[in-house]
Each structure stands twice: as C-alpha cells, then as structure tokens.
Design a binder for this molecule. Structure first.
Ligand code: CIR
Length: 412
C-alpha cells in the first residue's frame, strides 16, 4: 500500500494516532430492561463517564497521540457526500429490519431533516418510537417484533469501545461482522469512513470486510509484531473467522503476516475478548489473567502458518509462555498476572479490566486507576503506568485497550 493511512505493526510501538468515541446520549438510553441485551451490567452516569473519557483522551494526547473521533469522521463523510449519506441511511435501516415499508419511510423523512452532526449523534443515541408520529399499518414492520422495545432504532452504547468494530493490522484493517445485534451497526460507520473519508479512502487494505456471516471483534485481534498475530477464539470471535482471516493474510501479497496464534479463552461476558485477559505491553512483557488457564497452567493454543496450495498448517500448544517465546523468538519473557494472581484480587480486578492495558510505547501503558494492585505489580515489573479515572467507564466492561483503536503506531 503506497502512502498508507493506517500503520499498526505491533501492540507496543509508540501510539501516534488513535480512534475514540466519546460516550454520548446513547448511554442515557440504557434501561434496566434493555441493559443485558445492550451488553451492559449497569447504567453509567454519563456526565462523569464523559469527564473520565476526556481525561483518557487527554492522557493519550499528552503522550503524543493525535485523537480522532469516529463520529467526527462520519460527519465529514456525510457533509462531503450527500449521496453516500443517503446510501448509508438505507443500509442502516435495512440492517435494523426496515429496508422498506412505513417505518422505513417515517424514519427516512424524520432523519433527513437533521444536520449531519445531529444525524450522527442520533444514529448512535437511537430513535424512540414516540419520537416520530406515524401510523404504522405495515404488517411487515409490526409482526414478529418486540412491541415492548421503546426504540425503533436501538441505541449503540458500546460505541465508546472503539477497539471492537474493526482492527488495524499492518497497513490494513478488518472491518468486523460483530457477534451481537446490539453492536453490529458500529462497524457500518467504519466501512463508510474507510471507503469515503478523504483521509482513508484508497489508503487502507481491507483484509476482511463485514459482509461475512462469521463473527470477529477487534478485542480479540492482537498484533504481536509485523508478522505475528494473536487472535482469541472467544465468545465474540469464531474459529471460522480466524481461519478465513489467516488464509487471506497468508495469500495476500500486500500482507506480511505469516503466523496467527489462535488462543482459546473461556466464553463468558467478563472475558468476552482476548484483550480482557491478555495484552502485550513490552517486547517481552505481557499481562495475563490466570483464570484463562487450567490449574496446571495449560490452555489450548493453535499456531497457524501457511501450508501448501492456500491451506493453513496447525500446531497445537498448551503453554502460553512457551508459545510466545517460540513465535516471537524470545529467550525469556515476563507474564505479569492480573491482581498478582491472588484468588480474590485477580478476578475482581479483571472484572474491571485490570488486564486490559493499552500500551502507548514499549513498557509504557494506560490503565484504570481502580485496579491499584495490578498497577502496582506492573510498576514492580518496570512498566511506566499512566492511570486514568474509571468509575463510570468501567461499567461497560471494557478498559483502555477496548476504548481505543490505534490507527498509527511507530514501527519498532
Ligand atoms: N475489547 C473489549 O473487550 N471491549 C469491551 C466491550 C464491552 C462491551 N460492553 C461488549 O460487551 O461488547
């Protein structure tokens, strides 16, 4: 890729550009009844969540990163391309189940009165049934729907976890078919930004688009170095997607990746992605939650490499540290246990994303301040830790890595 707009060849190279989404009105549309479906365990207090998020963004800026907001980029796209805005809306409605019909027409009429800025805010916030007055006489729109759902278009409160709808890998991206309906529209924004925003159009390889029916999310996709990826086989990412992506990367001459390490993790909400239990923070240092291993310290790991005629070779491993040494060519490494591996502290701090560290340079990370034992352990292992306030953001079950999509990292 000549003149690439994305450059992420590691988890740890100095962070130069990052994509964020400030929590917005969508958070105020989480209710006790919809919370579970919307993948929240509690309702954050928006004002404080925004203050915390601004402090997070400032920490990244103060350390040399340019911060882009995904909603600003979407506004740019829609302002510059009115037809693209119309096409996007049609896709958005179709994916919500309103490709045609009375509701489609009512939503379209309503939303086309909005400015581009207000439209993007509204698409994230959701559209309530009682916001639009129209007589719904369409069986297609009524039958089989959840009449108790107060929303015609659901809010997208998980959007502040910008890590997941896509993943930057080398000079390209995967634009992800996400697991739960509650998050799927998020990657439609990415698709349109990468296709039409002047900063990205024609400058990003798309390794895998969202028009697949197997699921993958960015929290599972870790770039260990310029030729090795680790991908979680998890609640959110299927083995089929990993195989598909490995085949694409191994056969695409523009991709330099020759090893994909598939790491099986428990399938549950507290550990929905690999990065909630495992992150890379230095050339030879990693955080890991001990709960992903058996009592004997074993787990299922598969090293995938190119085979003959477009096939993929698999090698089974059970020891995480030994596998990392093998694929990264390291003589030694330091696995730093969440909560120092304590039976009570480790799961408590993992629950609030104590393992979800964002490296902003080799050996330098951003973490939530509430995980003070894990932070102390990181420091004892020589890591420079920038703590950010975290009472409300953490209620969405994601930490600093989940809340950030690197667009550019310095090569290491
Ligand atoms: N990479 C991550 O682990 N992201 C956290 C996503 C949390 C969000 N509530 C979700 O369940 O998708």
């Amino acid at each position: 890729m000549k003149d690439p707009a994305v450059n992420v060849n590691s988890e740890i190279g100095r962070l130069k550009t990052v994509l964020l989404k400030r929590p917005g009105e969508e958070i105020e549309n989480i209710t006790p009844d919809t919370m579970e479906r919307l993948l929240f365990d509690d309702i954050p207090y928006l004002k404080i969540a925004q203050e915390e998020h601004d402090a997070f963004a400032n920490t990244l800026r103060d350390n040399g990163a340019e911060v882009l907001y995904i909603d600003d980029l979407a506004v740019d796209v829609f302002k510059d391309n009115p037809q693209v805005k119309t096409e996007f809306l049609q896709r958005f409605f179709e994916e919500a189940g309103y490709g045609i019909g009375t509701t489609h027409d009512a939503l379209k009429d309503y939303l086309t009165t909005f400015s581009e800025r207000d439209l993007v805010t509204k698409l994230y916030a959701g559209v309530r049934r009682n916001e639009i007055e129209f007589c719904n006489d369409s069986l297609h729109d009524l039958a089989g729907r959840d009449a108790a759902n107060p929303f015609l278009l659901d809010p997208l409160p998980n959007a502040y976890f910008t890590r997941d709808p896509q993943a930057s890998i080398g000079n390209g991206m995967t634009i992800n078919h996400m697991t739960f309906k509650a998050r799927r529209p998020e990657s439609l924004f990415t698709e349109y930004i990468m296709k039409y925003h002047t900063r990205f159009a024609g400058k990003v390889d798309i390794w895998r688009d969202r028009n697949h029916d197997t699921r993958i999310e960015g929290g599972d996709e870790l770039v260990l170095n310029d030729h090795v990826l680790a991908i979680g086989v998890s609640e959110r990412t299927s083995s089929k997607s990993i195989e598909g992506l490995a085949k694409e990367l191994f056969s695409n001459p523009d991709a330099k990746f020759d090893t994909v390490v598939a790491v099986e993790i428990p399938h549950n909400h507290a550990m929905m992605h690999l990065d909630t239990v495992f992150t890379m923070i230095n050339y030879d240092q990693f955080t890991v939650f001990p709960g992903i291993m058996s009592a004997e310290g074993k787990m299922n790991i598969y090293i995938m490499t190119p085979g003959d005629n477009g096939t993929v070779k698999l090698a089974h491993r059970t020891d995480l540290a030994a596998t990392l040494k093998e694929v990264l060519g390291l003589p030694e490494l330091d696995l730093i246990l969440t909560g120092n591996g304590d039976d009570i502290v480790a799961p408590r701090e993992q629950w609030n994303d104590g393992s979800n560290t964002l490296a902003i340079a080799p050996g330098e990370v951003v973490t939530y301040n509430r995980n003070y034992i894990s932070n102390q352990i990181l420091r004892e292992h020589g890591i420079r830790v920038h703590e950010v306030i975290s009472s409300e953001l953490s209620r969405g079950r994601g930490g600093p890595r989940c809340m950030s999509q690197p667009i550019w990292r310095e090569d290491i």
